[in-house]
Every structure is written in structure tokens, then in C-alpha cells.
Ligand binder design. Sequence first.
Ligand SMILES: Cc1cc2nc3c(=O)[nH]c(=O)nc-3n(C[C@H](O)[C@H](O)[C@H](O)COP(=O)(O)OP(=O)(O)OC[C@H]3O[C@@H](n4cnc5c(N)ncnc54)[C@H](O)[C@@H]3O)c2cc1C
Length: 421
Amino acid sequence: MLSNPQAIIIGAGPAGLAAALRLHQQTDIKCTVYELRPEPTTLGGAVGILPNGLRLLHRLGVYDAAVARGYSGRNLTLHSVQGHVIGSMDHVGWARERTGFGYLRIKRAALQDVLLQATTKAGIPVRFGKRLTTIDDSVDGVKVTFSDGSVDSADLLIGCDGIHSNVRRSYIDPTQTSEYSGLSGIMSIVPAEVVSAEVMDQISGLEATFTEEGMLAMNPCTASKDELFWFFTKEVPLPESGDSRDGWEVHGKEEVEGFKTMILGVLKNTEGEWGNALKKVISNTSVVKFYPIYRLPLGKAWSKGRCVLAGDAAHAMSPHAGQGVSMALEDVFLLSRLLEDRTRPLGEVFEKYDAIRRPRVNEIFKMAADNGEMRKRITPWRLWFREITITLGMNMSWALGLDKKGMRQGHLTYDIDEAEL
Ligand SMILES: Cc1cc2nc3c(=O)[nH]c(=O)nc-3n(C[C@H](O)[C@H](O)[C@H](O)COP(=O)(O)OP(=O)(O)OC[C@H]3O[C@@H](n4cnc5c(N)ncnc54)[C@H](O)[C@@H]3O)c2cc1C
């Protein structure tokens, strides 16, 4: 690459802002981030971030700020549809011992705010209200045009513009489209005061209840535990009309009531203190976000010419492994490390990036898809059998010390900075 190299980053989501920060920390590449939203996102919902991702947030220098805004509860507790606890475990304990990082549930907007503050502090320009429309890539550089007619050019472009990436669709691989997973999520955040203080005291992390229709999970999402994020994942046929690609907020009283009635119906036999708490949370919800879950097929192109994709733009996957943000962070850490070596031609950087990231992404994509199976509709008998199996499995794991041996946690200790270049 040239001296004084410039990079254009499209998208100010976790991938885009983290890419700008890491390149600023590690290379002399000057970045400008372009984001189509007119201002920083206020999107609802909260994301769970696991040890492999938290470690990278630490290296970006934003971990403490993120922890101060999110909830770090340790346990995964499973409840039966009748409202009993069927098992509870520190689901990242083994990985925490090895990495020093556990689990964080943080509001999406808070995470964005933490990353944006760090980006601003580093003096990296982030331009809002800029929708990328066209890319003109040549041997001399890459030129982009935005919908307001403005243009910019640079030596390389990183497409961090999410699952419906325009960088991918308009340039890198126009044939690549997202596919519906068959599952949709309904989610909201409510004040924790809607449930009793006793119930809040019992909540020690992610609380999941499997039902015949899907999985209902709840997790505090602030450090003070004053807000509860809940989500319900279930099978939903592909909507016949309307824009099914993106999530939409449901504010209308009747529409919100429709979702509530459906979930309360699913919980009709859930009793006791836990059952009442769940019902109160759902009843006290005033806005829900409905999110059909889409993903990208594996094995497609991630780069072309001077342009490369990172995060969801390259490999959007189902959210059931809680790894979307962490995968985006791993991508940009690797890209930055490869770009640090100025002797490597861009083509070689992108090839190496592909070769190192592909097996890891495929593994986590499959894990997320497999976890999605547990959210599908099942008969009452199969649900009963699943609850028994989980109870036995968790007891056996505890008795044999399998949780201490890191069963199902190996992927959480993966360190992208140790990948051989
Ligand atoms: C229901 C659901 C639950 C999830 N839960 C979790 C979880 O618990 N943990 C987890 O780690 N991950 C979770 N994920 C996944 C996670 O949200 C994504 O993997 C992550 O946001 C990817 O970051 P990104 O920056 O690649 O893309 P995005 O977050 O989608 O950001 C892309 C940005 O690009 C901008 N953009 C788009 N087009 C253009 C354009 N033409 N010009 C300029 N800017 C543009 C967008 O406005 C956006 O700001 C979940 C996803 C869903 C759908």
C-alpha cells in the first residue's frame, strides 16, 4: 500500500467502529466511517457478549466502559414450562478462568455509544446520514458515492454494513442474498420493578424457559439490574407480504396486545413465583420488536479488488450462539493485524483473512444453527422428555465435573490475535 494510506469504512455498527479503532491503534491507516443512519443508533434490544469478544473489547480499551453499562451475571438457569428450575450453571466459568472474561448483556445502543465515544476520542471521523450507493474500484484507488451526491476515495474499503450490505450487493458479490432461518424473535426491555425484589434477587444471569412454542429468555441488561431484556424465539412462517427482512418495532396497542396474548397463552401452565414473574414481564411490555432471523449462506466471496467485508456483511448468522458481535470483532482484529504489515499486497491480505476466518466462522455458524433447533415448536411429550434430559445432563455434568473440563466452552477461549499469519 501507499504511504499515508486511507480507508473508508461503511457502517458504524460494532464491526465498523471496532475496525476504525483497531486500525487506529495498530496501523498508520487513516479511517473515515460512513453510516446511513442520521444519528447514533437508538435501536432497542440487548446483546450478550461472550469471553472471546469481551477480551477484544478490552484490547480496544472499551471493556470497562462496556461493563459499567451492562450486566455481568454468571449463570445460565433453565426453567421448566411449569415454572421449576431444572438446572443452573456458570455457563462460561471454564472460559473465564482461562481468559479473565465472562459474559456481558448490554443494550445495543449502550454498546454503540461506548464504541462511538472511543472512536470520537481517537479523532476518527464518523459521518452520519451517509448512505453508500456506488463503488468504483480501480488500480488507483476506490471511490464511493453517497445518496446525497458526496464522494470520497481511499486505498481500501471495509464493508461493515450489516446483513443487507450494499458493499456486498452492489460490488463484491451481487448474487449473494440473505435467507430466512424459519425462526423469528420478539423482544423488549421492561423496568425490573415490574417483578418483585425477591425474584430479581434470584436472577443471576440468563434465565431461559423452554416451551412448546419456542424459548423465552430473560436477562438484566444494565449494571444496576434495573432493566430486564426479554426475548422469545419461535418458528414463524415467512410473512407473505410486507418487508420481512428487517425487524420492526410494534407500538400499536392492538399489535402489542396480539404478541402478549400469544406469549401468555404459551405460558398458561407456567406457575409459581417464576411463572408469575414471567407473566408480569410480558403483561407490562408496551413496545415489542419483532425480528425475523435471516442469515447469509456460507462459502461466498468476502473481498474483491480493494474492498473487503467484515461482520454481518460477510457472514450474518443466527443469533443463537451469541457470537455475532464477537465474530465481527475477530474479523477486524485479524484484518488490522494483516494490514499492519505494509509489505503485504492487499490481495494477499484478503486471501489470508479469508483462509484464517473461514473455518472459525463455519464452526460458529453451525453451532448457532444447531442451537436454533432448540427454539422450534415441539409436542408436549417431547418438551417433557427434553426437560428430563436437560436435568439429567446438567446433574451428570456437575457430578462428573464436565463443566470444569470446559465442555462446550472451547470456542470461547479462541484468541484471534494468536492466529498464525
Ligand atoms: C434478534 C437478534 C439478536 C442478536 N443477539 C445477539 C447477541 O446476543 N450477541 C451477539 O454477539 N450478537 C447478536 N446478534 C447479532 C449482532 O447483532 C450482529 O452480529 C452485529 O450487530 C453485527 O455487527 P455489524 O457491525 O457487522 O452489523 P450491524 O450491527 O448490522 O451494523 C451495520 C451498520 O451499517 C449501516 N449501513 C447499512 N447499510 C449502509 C449503507 N448503504 N451505507 C452506510 N451505512 C450502512 C447500518 O445502519 C448499521 O449501522 C443478534 C442479532 C439479531 C438479529
